[in-house]
Design a binder for this molecule. Structure first.
Ligand code: ZN
Length: 490
């Protein structure tokens, strides 16, 4: 393969050349959202990061199976296997069925992803649709001796596991430190150690989300769903597992332990983690109360927002930072992204109008190679964008007649910009975003004027004047013409 992609593997802590398990194919699993609230900027970051990876892998010739799950059970309010299920809690507060909450926020998430032009994954499994597979995973871990049943729940035995395998290798935590920093159990506890985590949890009588099992009615632990579903759709060993950096511990550490305990070997070959979105240096998150929803961004509906930002601005803002760097939100940064994106999109329009000459005085092949080098270097989108900005200077000098370009180079340059901006970065020209809205709005005004014509024909002057006056108050100028009327916005 011509393009050799290097990925920073969080587990080995270095960049590694991506070599797939099966030639020409790539398996990708990404932890999706827990669907109990509106998606915020922090949700957009992994979505855009792994969308870029998905698009790039396909572009360089891989057949990709991209699995991104929906967590709709088992994610408790508290990571220490206590507290309510996040979805059940929301359902109780809103007086809805848990599955209504799941549907509302799954639909909402899909709407936001479409607005951001994030491609749908190949498979989007739900945890509640894979209870049988999760129970099977729990049984395998029990059979291997790395879990124990206690009062209807099943816990992963971290200390037993740590004797045979390194625990904490992904997050860099040491078991001795973890032991020193956790609370002492009081003897009444179901767990042998507070490091142990539930892989199956007994459901209290009032718990709505419950399934029968040999251990009694209960529900799966959050970590076990990703192990069960990635194994089902990508196999016991697969290429890439991605997610937010905040998931490395305990979630991904638990996934590694569960897979090794169940199968005796690692499941994941490359671990990738995107960094966080911060607000004044602090992580943005629902639980921290500083999350701004994507809908708020698109509508400009938040005290911290100076204006509304289009989904493409948010997308480009994310791509302007490397996925492993933090991304600090500010109005200035978003407005800079907006301007930068406009400059690139304008260059595409200029490019379309350029005429070729007999010879080239510009270096298109070099520009192209730099852009691909950046992407091959652990998806370095900000560097690729910087090269494309350099290319804008080239395009402008061609438009000014200060440089010349051959027909072949011109074709190559057009392909480069459309490939990077639209196919890989997933940007859309403003008219693509706005067309649908504009059309609906123009039809609505035309319809009002048609009603006014009908009123005039019926000599209903009151209605006819009312329509014109109300439109005028909204800033429309209505002109009567010999064929009816026309309008424009002042
Ligand atoms: Zn997960």
């Amino acid at each position: 393969m011509e393009n050799q992609l290097q990925i920073y593997n969080t587990l080995s802590r270095k960049k590694e050349v991506f070599e797939p398990l099966h030639p020409g194919k790539a398996g990708l699993y990404v932890c999706g959202p827990t669907v109990y609230s509106k998606a915020h900027l922090g949700h957009a970051r992994p979505a855009v990061t792994y969308d870029l990876l998905f698009r790039y892998l396909k572009h360089i010739g891989y057949k990709v199976r991209y699995v991104r799950n929906i967590t709709d059970v088992g994610h408790l309010v508290n990571d220490a296997d206590e507290g309510e299920d996040k979805i059940a809690k929301r359902a109780r507060l809103e007086e809805l069925e848990p599955m209504e909450i799941v549907q509302i926020y799954t639909n909402d998430y899909h709407k936001n992803m479409q607005q951001l032009n994030v491609l749908p994954p190949s498979i989007e499994p739900r945890a509640t649709g894979h209870i049988i597979e999760q129970i099977e995973t729990v049984e395998k871990i029990l059979a291997a001796g790395y879990a124990y049943e206690s009062n209807g729940s099943v816990y992963f035995d971290v200390e037993k596991y740590a004797k045979d395998y390194p625990y904490g290798e992904l997050s860099g935590r040491k078991i001795e430190d973890l032991q020193a920093n956790t609370r002492q159990l009081d003897g009444q506890d179901e767990k042998r150690s507070s490091l142990d985590f539930a892989i199956w949890k007994k459901a209290a009588p009032e718990h709505i989300m419950r399934w029968p099992s040999k251990w009694g009615d209960g529900f799966p632990g959050w970590h076990v769903e990703c192990t069960a579903m990635s194994c089902k759709y990508l196999g016991e060993t697969f290429d890439i597992h991605g997610g937010g950096m905040d998931l490395t511990f305990p979630h991904h550490e638990a996934e590694i332990a569960q897979a090794k305990a169940a199968n005796g070997h690692d499941a994941v070959r490359y671990w990738m983690h995107n960094n966080m979105v911060t607000l004044n240096g602090q992580k943005m998150g629902k639980s921290l109360g500083n999350a701004i929803s994507l809908d708020d961004f698109f509508e400009g509906n938040h005290p911290l927002l100076e204006k509304a930002y289009k989904p493409m601005t948010i997308r480009f803002f994310m791509l302007m930072a490397h996925y492993r760097s933090t991304l600090d939100f500010s109005n200035e940064a978003l407005q800079a992204a907006e301007k930068g994106m406009e400059r690139l999109l304008k260059a595409v329009e200029t490019l379309d109008k350029l005429e070729s000459s007999a010879t080239s005085t510009v270096q298109v092949a070099e520009l192209k190679s730099k852009c691909y080098q950046a992407m091959n270097d652990d998806l370095n989108s900000p560097i690729a964008i910087a090269h494309l900005f350099d290319g804008v200077k080239m395009i402008n000098s061609l438009a000014d007649g200060k440089a010349s370009i051959s027909a072949d180079d011109l074709k190559e340059l057009k392909t480069l910009y459309s490939t990077f901006l639209f196919d890989l970065f997933g940007l859309q020209q403003p008219e693509q975003q706005d067309n649908a809205n504009t059309e609906a709005y123009e039809h609505a005004i035309d319809l009002l004027l048609q009603l006014r014509q009908e009123a005039k024909a019926n000599k209903d002057w009151g209605t006819a004047d009312k329509i014109r006056d109300e439109l005028s108050k909204l800033g429309f100028v209505v002109k009567d013409t010999k064929d009816g009327s026309s309008w424009e916005l002042k």
